[in-house]
Write a new protein. Structure first.
Length: 468
């Protein structure tokens, strides 16, 4: 995901999984951001562009460089200042701009920053489009127009907030939520969702408690990635305050994980499972979209509710594009990404918080009870060292060996066995390893399956090495 500059220069690649990222003033220099923005502005044909940034210390400077780069190649720029990435996505689409730039490194440590490019539908550019932008960048084929064709920069700080929050509120039952007077603890982790999520929850008439809710690009409160092991302060707050639930967001506010009223934190696939279960009960027979890395629990919920599940490659852009292609309303990732298309088909942590409030309010039951009623699987993760040049051969061999189990092969090999276990085998995109993710009803079942496939992959590698 994080391209080192040496790799970038060697491979002539800038974009990783979600945009261009790097350490500020090392890999991500002001020259790079300026020229990349000129390339992006050229890709968007000098059209209208929305630009916003997260709360990192370097973000205001890089946002200015991005706006300068875009305007210098003739783009008209709408500067919305600090905003969560999903709000920048939303306003790019709502304001019918040709594109947008989010200056953000999402959940990465504070020394990082990055650039995400957004298309007119609010979704990030795909791999082919990124290749085009990279080509413009590396060939420096942007045109600088005459002085009177340089684009305007229009200051729009705070202008789209109302529109954005109203779009989320339209998707939930305001009356039911308001009637319940929920108490909700919000932990933006000093990220930029501090500007939106607490406001949203109070507009739903929730009593809002906050922690780490001042935007601070050094992330003094906790690590920017919300995980059950990084949000202990929120867990304590929920418990001591008697809150109905807690929500923790990542640095740019597109991912959220939840804490139930007992103070227990849950991985994103648990909250996604709950949202999916409720979605199917209201919309039987519909389709939801999720990457192959998601839990088998999602599939079980879809089956039990007569719904369909479509697996995608791992990556939020793949989920968004598949949702648009199928006209699906709901998507989700195990890392806490919830995509709700009636609002916008990109992941949005504030939307996820509103959906959980909606579910808790309607059910009239505690979140812990709602989550424990869902199917539960234990996860075991392993990795096997695998030279990059053997990855394709190993993958082909795994496909062959698992073919009788009808595997899903859109990204690696995912097999769901009749006995309730399942396994995902994927080569890493960045390291010389093969990853094994096994699920089972018990820890032991998951571990045994992971061990079995770890051994199988190691044997295949030995075999291929012998053949070579
Ligand atoms: Mg993020």
């Amino acid at each position: 995901m994080l391209c080192k500059m040496t790799e970038v220069l060697d491979e002539r690649r800038l974009f990783g999984t979600n945009g261009v990222r790097g350490v500020v003033n090392k890999e991500l220099t002001l020259e790079l951001v300026t020229e990349l923005s000129q390339a992006i502005g050229t890709f968007f044909k000098g059209g209208r562009m929305v630009v916003g940034c997260d709360g990192r210390t370097s973000s205001p400077a890089f946002r200015n460089l991005a706006m300068g780069g875009l305007a210098s190649v003739g783009c008209k720029v709408y500067d919305i200042g600090q905003a969560p990435t999903p709000m920048i996505d939303f306003l790019t689409r709502a304001w019918k701009a040709e594109g947008g730039i989010a200056v953000t490194a999402s959940h990465n440590p504070p020394e990082y920053n990055g650039i995400k490019t957004i298309k007119s539908d609010g979704v990030e550019t795909d791999r082919d489009e990124e290749l085009e932008i990279e080509k413009i960048y590396f060939t420096r084929s942007w045109k600088r127009p005459d002085w009177n064709r340089v684009g305007d920069v229009v200051e729009e700080t705070g202008a789209g907030l109302r529109e954005y929050l109203d779009s989320i509120k339209k998707q939930v039952d305001l009356e039911k939520i308001r009637a319940r007077n929920l108490k909700v603890a919000v932990d933006p982790g000093n990220g930029v969702s501090a500007l939106t999520t607490p406001t949203l929850m109070s507009e739903l008439d929730c009593k809002v408690l906050t922690i780490n809710a001042n935007v601070d690009g050094r992330f003094p409160g906790r690590l920017s990635e919300p995980r059950p092991d990084t949000i202990s302060s929120l867990m304590s707050l929920v418990k001591s305050s008697g809150a109905d639930f807690g929500v923790a967001l990542d640095g740019d506010g597109d991912r959220a994980i939840f804490v139930d009223e007992t103070g227990e934190a849950h991985w994103g696939d648990r909250s996604f499972a709950l949202i999916a279960d409720n979605y199917f009960s209201a919309n039987p027979g519909r389709t939801i979209v999720t990457p192959v890395s998601s839990s088998r629990a999602i599939k079980e919920i879809a089956d039990s509710r007569h719904g369909n599940i479509v697996w995608t490659k791992v990556g939020s852009v793949d989920v968004s594009h598949k949702m648009i292609e199928l006209g699906a309303d709901l998507g989700g990732e195990e890392n806490g990404g919830i995509f709700y298309a009636p609002h916008i088909p990109v992941r949005d942590g504030s939307m996820a918080a509103a959906l959980i409030a909606d579910i808790v309010a309607k059910a009239g039951k505690p979140l812990s009870e709602l989550l424990s009623a869902l199917p539960t699987y234990q996860l075991s993760k392993e990795k096997v060292p695998c030279p990059n040049h053997l990855k394709k051969l190993v993958l082909a061999s795994l496909r062959e060996r698992t073919s009788k189990h009808n595997p899903e092969t859109i990204d690696g090999v995912k097999v769901m066995f009749e006995d309730g276990t399942s396994v995902l085998l994927r080569p890493s995109g960045t390291e010389p390893i093969f990853r094994v993710m096994a699920e089972g009803r018990t820890v032991e079942a998951a571990r045994n399956l992971a061990d079995q496939y770890k051994t199988m992959i190691a044997d295949i590698i030995k075999e291929k090495n012998r053949d070579a």
